[in-house]
Design a protein around this ligand. Structure first.
Ligand code: AP5
Ligand code: ZN
Length: 208
């Protein structure tokens, strides 16, 4: 299937996308990970305010559309089934996406704001595997893993606030757009990861 997953920063998009990719044997296309892997690429020839994605990301701002559109177009052209995570983040990107592909399912993970901040500030990542953990909700069992965990540069309280502001301003209209089209499937993202996954899986199987 071709799945789009929407939700605020910290809603659990990455966590659930990893499960979908595994279960349905599809590609996890994530603009956040792609940009983090290319944080220092030179984008100055695209007529941008800053020369690399890093400046935008570390402040919690959106990286310019031209940069992100190119990443997604390239990734989707090589994927069969996919789960798209982190895109589209504004109405312009949503319009671009319509020209790139059809979608079978559009999911939204719904989580309240207080919980989002708690999830983001407690998140840690394993730099060797890319696996996502949470200090309280999902700590690693292996001590070696625990010792090498790192925090994402944009998970500081100040940047988290700005990311949530940008989400409300630019990305919520995208969710409203899919809602108006009558294709939005809303899942309660405040349940445990396993419960969310059960709902996500059932929703996909019912829709596709
Ligand atoms: P991106 O990487 O996409 O970040 P985001 O949207 O802010 O989302 P996160 O990755 O923070 O959260 P998530 O929903 O994946 O949650 P996760 O599963 O990790 O984007 C980063 C930046 O890149 C942007 O700010 C922007 O600068 C740039 N960018 C990216 N795409 C762009 C675009 N299209 N256009 C322009 N710029 C773009 O979970 C979070 C934590 O909660 C983890 O610790 C996890 O273990 C825990 N958790 C997950 N589920 C549960 C649960 N059910 N219960 C308890 N804890 C849970
Ligand atoms: Zn993510």
């Amino acid at each position: 299937p071709r799945i789009l997953i929407l939700g605020a920063p910290g809603a659990g998009k990455g966590t659930q996308s990893a499960r979908m990719a595994d279960h349905f044997d599809i590609e996890h296309v994530t603009t956040g990970d792609a940009l983090r892997a290319n944080k220092d690429m030179d984008i100055s020839d695209m007529d941008t305010e800053y020369d690399t994605p890093r400046e935008y990301m570390d402040q919690g701002e959106l990286v310019p559309d031209a940069v992100v559109n190119a990443i997604v177009e390239e990734a989707l052209s090589q994927a069969g089934g996919f789960v798209l995570d982190g895109y589209p983040r504004n109405l312009e990107q949503a319009e671009e996406l319509e020209d790139m592909t059809d979608l079978d399912v559009v999911l939204q993970l719904e989580v309240g704001e207080g919980e989002l901040v708690h999830r983001l500030t407690g998140r840690r990542m394993d730099p060797e595997t890319g696996d996502i953990y949470h200090l309280e909700y999902n700590p690693p069992e292996d001590e070696d893993v625990e010792e090498r965990l790192v925090q994402r540069d944009d998970d500081t309280e100040e940047t988290v606030k700005e990311r949530l502001r940008v989400y409300r301003e630019s990305t919520e209209p995208v969710i409203e757009h899919y809602e108006e089209e009558g294709v939005l499937e809303v899942v309660d993202g405040e349940q445990s990861p396993g419960e969310v996954w059960a709902d996500v899986k059932a929703t996909i199987e019912d829709t596709v």
